[in-house]
Design a protein around this ligand. Structure first.
Ligand SMILES: [Zn+2]
Length: 679
């Protein structure tokens, strides 16, 4: 057995049958960052200057730490240069932990990760895993300065740690892997998640009052990570990257080994940029929600009006006024701070009337009819950049979900995207159509939507095909899986047959499926499968040598159509063969499976106590499971769900429950609206 802590070991003495370890003293630090680990470890070590860097694994796994070691050294050096401050400790351990509720934890000098987020095996790991490992390492390393060297004064500023780590993670990985188009992915996933949550009236301000531990846990959410990250991105655009970096440097230098508040950072960046950073930032972090800006053309002017964007409109929650950095036009337009409810901007003839080009600021737009139809051809002929193309339909779709526009308008508009080759729009239109298909799955009009979605996905598939092309774009690799999976679920017989063929060859060891495709093929085998398929998949699960491969199979056995087999899956996940840290994934998958809709709620109620025992008090997995209820429930179940959680209180999920109920209402109302349009 070996012991590890934040600082290097200075001595080890044997007393009786025990070992006594002594570690050197840490600098002044916060208690939440203390680490002590004991176990049978293997080490993969290297040096970066004077700093000892080690990947720490359980026995037999150290060779899978090579990628992590390489990335850690690269990123650590980059951070030192970017912040202008050396990594302050003599060593850095990156520890892969077999069972871990969270994804990773930034303990100073002894960072812990789930095995799936640190260990990489080129034979069995997917492209997505490689990218994720890079992102999480980068995120945790950012904390070594942001959070560890300078710690927030109180938990209300937790967001600053997480937003910064989220934002910097993307920035640094992008510097090393520009071909991954991480900023595009950031918009689709992080900004998408942030706006989806913050469009609820049950959202919360970034800077929120925190009084007890269960409230702390609830704010480790998309508002702190993703919305915060988007607000920092907006700030960097607003002040310029040089001022942003210099402001950070002076903040970290001034407060190192101390506590600081968000306001201290705005002061630093305000000083270096000579812009009203404090008041601008306060309007974004102290207020709940974000704006929807209406854009109307009046003669040679664009008139912009801001109000709070809500997915479920409610007069009581409409208040809000933001200081929004605004641009009009597409070619390096100047930025103006919009501080009033309504402001007008002059529009010269040659300027394309796109507001907030490249979505630098955090808001949605509703263009008037005439403007929107004038922009559609500019999507079709790629005059607009990829982010603007993505954003136009993205805002329009969300406005449809909020009930303020007919879906036919969205479907007409997306005609312009059938030849789209860029990842952002392709992925987002795909996600939106998939959402439409799943929400109307059991309705009589589903065939209309199915046909439209089918044409769109088939088009994408014709470009991507089954197998990766030599030197293809990273994002094409990521997109392929979704496209094939959805086509299968749209009952494309050719796709289902090919998946079946590949699955059989894989099971018989004739041709092993490449890591990027295996989850999709397994999932479609289940979708189209029976009892025997279930047994074959369970065998693959048991045979899998890594957690990553096990998780892929675990996800796949949630795609059966037969309720009996889904029950078998649910029974299986409660056995000792599935680690409690992995419970959320299968539950969310079955909740999202249209054939699992009926069985999930009774099963959850019956097993809630057992589940709670399994993942333990205060585990964030509980929040993910509560949130998954919105995937299968409708508004007639609201009362019952509320009552159930009243009788079975689960501290730390109160806000998530309120958000889940709101989502259920929004989905039900959207579905009703769809019915009136299609019938
Ligand atoms: Zn973090």
């Amino acid at each position: 057995m070996t012991a590890i802590s934040n600082m290097p070991q200075i001595s080890k003495k044997k007393t009786g049958n025990k070992n006594h370890y002594t570690f050197s003293q840490t600098p002044i630090m916060s208690t939440y960052l203390i680490y002590l680990g004991v176990g049978e470890f293997e080490f993969l070590s290297s040096k970066l200057g004077k700093v000892l860097v080690r990947i720490v694994t359980t026995k037999g796994n150290k060779s899978k730490g090579k990628l992590a070691l390489d990335l850690t050294k690269k990123f650590l050096r980059y951070y030192e240069t970017y912040f202008g401050i050396k990594y302050p400790l003599p060593k850095l351990d990156m520890i892969a932990v077999p069972d871990f509720a969270a994804g990773a934890m930034e303990n100073w000098g002894a960072i812990t990760f789930r095995e799936t987020i640190l260990l990489y095996d080129s034979k069995t790991s997917s492209t997505k895993t490689k990218q994720y490992i890079a992102e999480v390492i980068s995120h945790e390393l950012a904390h070594q300065w942001f959070g560890n060297l300078v710690t927030m004064k109180w938990w209300n500023d937790l967001w600053l740690n997480e937003s910064f780590a989220t934002y910097m993670a993307t920035k640094i990985v992008d510097a090393f892997y520009p071909q991954w188009d991480l900023w595009d992915q950031f918009l689709e996933s992080s900004m998408g998640a942030a706006m989806a949550l913050d469009g609820l009236k049950t959202s919360h301000p970034i800077d929120v009052k925190v009084r007890k531990p269960s409230e702390i846990r609830e704010i480790f959410d998309s508002i702190s990570y993703d919305k915060g990250g988007c607000i920092l991105r907006m700030l960097e655009y607003y002040v310029g990257s040089k001022n942003f970096k210099n402001g950070l440097h002076s903040y970290l230098t001034k407060y190192k080994y101390k506590n600081a508040a968000g306001q201290d950072l705005w002061n630093s960046i305000g000083k270096t940029s000579k812009k009203p950073v404090q008041s601008m930032m306060n309007s974004w972090i102290k207020q709940i929600g974000f704006p929807l800006v209406n854009v109307e053309k009046k003669n040679s002017k664009l008139v912009l009006t801001q109000k709070r964007f809500l997915l479920e409109e409610d007069k009581k929650h409409q208040k809000g006024l933001w200081q929004i950095p605004i641009t009009v036009g597409t070619k390096n337009p100047p930025t103006k701070l919009m501080i009033k409810k309504t402001e007008s901007f002059s529009l010269q003839k040659q300027i394309i009337p796109v507001v907030n080009s490249s979505k630098k600021s955090f808001f949605r737009i509703r263009y008037d009819e005439e403007l929107l139809s004038s922009l559609k051809p500019l999507v079709e002929n790629n005059t607009l950049n990829n982010i603007d193309r993505w954003n136009l339909q993205n805002d329009l779709f969300t406005i449809c979900v909020s009930g303020n526009e007919n879906i036919s308008k969205y479907l007409d508009f997306t005609d312009a995207y059938h030849q789209e080759k860029n990842y952002l729009s392709s992925a987002n239109v795909a996600n939106n159509l998939n959402f439409l298909y799943l929400i109307s799955f059991h309705e009589t009009f589903v065939d209309d939507i199915k046909q439209y979605a089918y044409d769109y996905f088939r088009n994408l598939f014709d470009r991507l095909g089954w197998d990766a092309k030599k030197n293809e774009k990273h994002t094409d690799t990521l997109l392929r899986g979704t496209v094939i999976l959805v086509l299968g679920k749209l009952e494309d017989q050719e796709i289902l047959d090919e998946a079946e063929r590949r699955f059989d060859a894989h099971v018989k060891n004739k041709k092993i499926i490449k890591p990027d495709l295996s989850e999709v093929v397994f999932s479609l085998a289940a979708w189209n499968g029976n009892e025997q398929t279930f047994e074959k998949l369970i065998k693959l699960y048991r045979k899998a040598s890594t957690q990553e491969v096990k998780l892929r199979v675990l996800g796949a056995i949630c795609y059966f159509k037969d309720e009996k087999l889904l029950f078998k899956t649910l029974k299986f996940i409660l056995t000792n063969e599935v680690r409690s840290q992995n419970l959320a994934l299968p539950i969310i998958r079955i909740a999202g499976n249209p054939y699992g809709k009926k069985i999930m709620w009774p099963w959850l109620k019956k097993n809630w106590r057992l589940l709670n025992q399994k993942f333990g008090h205060g585990n964030p997995i509980a929040n993910r499971i509560v949130a998954s209820i919105s995937l299968f429930a409708n508004d007639t179940m609201q009362k019952e769900i509320k009552n159930f959680f009243k009788k079975n209180p689960t501290p730390g999920t109160e806000m998530t429950l309120a958000q889940t109920l709101e989502r259920i209402r929004i989905h039900s109302r959207f579905l009703k609206h769809l019915k009136t349009q299609f019938q």
